[in-house]
Design a protein around this ligand. Structure first.
Ligand SMILES: [Zn+2]
Length: 260
């Protein structure tokens, strides 16, 4: 992707057409909170990943009215699947398509590959530790959402090849992956952008013991270089693709509050 877009830019500049893509529809990634993101394709197709249940383990609600054409769910834990806990109302539109299991899907201009994974130990034994890893190809970029997968196997990484954007579970308690495991996976998949997820959000969860076992993100960020903190929950990745590899830290969805 990198080489191709550079080539295109050179060709367009050569013919006097200026910098491409300004104002053109780009893919947009939005951070909701925890491990939940929404992706909007250049043609406006929207997919929502791992929408969590309101105030179960996490102390805050899922925002209302997050529209999506398709919902991807990695595994049936309440912090990833708001529709599978105590029969609570689902946080997505009733007519949205829900994908939970491995397979190949085309949703408008978004190509989705669900790969068989395994939930990190020791959690998820009640559902056989299944966890679907989602590869999402949109707007010329390859995005990987791993849910709560154990550190990726060599076989999985060989099948994935190169990734542009890695959504990686990371927190100072190393609840899902350790710092070293993420470093190893990143060295292999060579993502241009890493966006950490699945950590305690300090403004919503001021108590370091809540949710239990989940650390914040700052101690890990302090071990990294090229960290960019964004002032929005919205990310348009194209603007970051030509420079050095980055770790992007978006805000969570605006208006999320911690109920008393
Ligand atoms: Zn989780």
């Amino acid at each position: 992707v990198f080489a191709k877009s550079r080539f295109l830019m050179i060709v367009l500049v050569f013919f006097g057409l200026g910098t491409p893509a300004l104002g053109a529809a780009e893919m947009m990634l939005e951070y909701i909170a925890h491990a939940s993101f929404r992706i909007t394709s250049p043609t406006g197709v929207q997919i929502l990943i791992d929408p969590y249940a309101d105030q179960v383990w996490l102390g805050y609600d899922f925002p209302q009215s997050v529209s999506a054409d398709t919902v991807l769910i990695s595994h049936p834990h309440y912090d990833h699947d708001g529709g599978d806990y105590r029969g609570l109302p689902t946080p997505w539109a009733a007519d949205a398509r829900i994908l939970r299991f491995p397979g190949n899907f085309q949703i408008g201009d978004i190509k989705i590959t669900g790969m068989k994974g395994r939930h990190v130990d020791p959690y998820g034994k009640e559902f056989g530790q299944f966890n679907t890893i989602w590869l999402i190809e949109v707007g010329g970029l390859r995005i990987l959402h791993v849910g709560d997968n154990e550190p990726l196997s060599g076989e999985t990484m060989a099948a994935l090849d190169q990734i542009d954007i890695l959504l990686a579970p990371m927190d100072s308690n190393q609840h899902i992956w350790s710092y070293a495991q993420l470093a190893e996976i990143s060295a292999r998949l060579n993502p241009h952008i890493i966006i950490p997820m699945h950590y305690r959000l300090g403004d919503l969860e001021p108590d370091a013991d809540h949710p239990g076992g989940l650390g914040d993100i700052d101690p890990w960020l302090e071990t990294q270089t090229n960290v960019v903190r964004l002032d929005s929950h919205q990310i348009t990745p194209d603007q970051f693709m030509d420079g050095a590899p980055l770790i992007l830290v978006p805000q969570h969805w605006p208006g999320l509050t911690r109920p008393n």
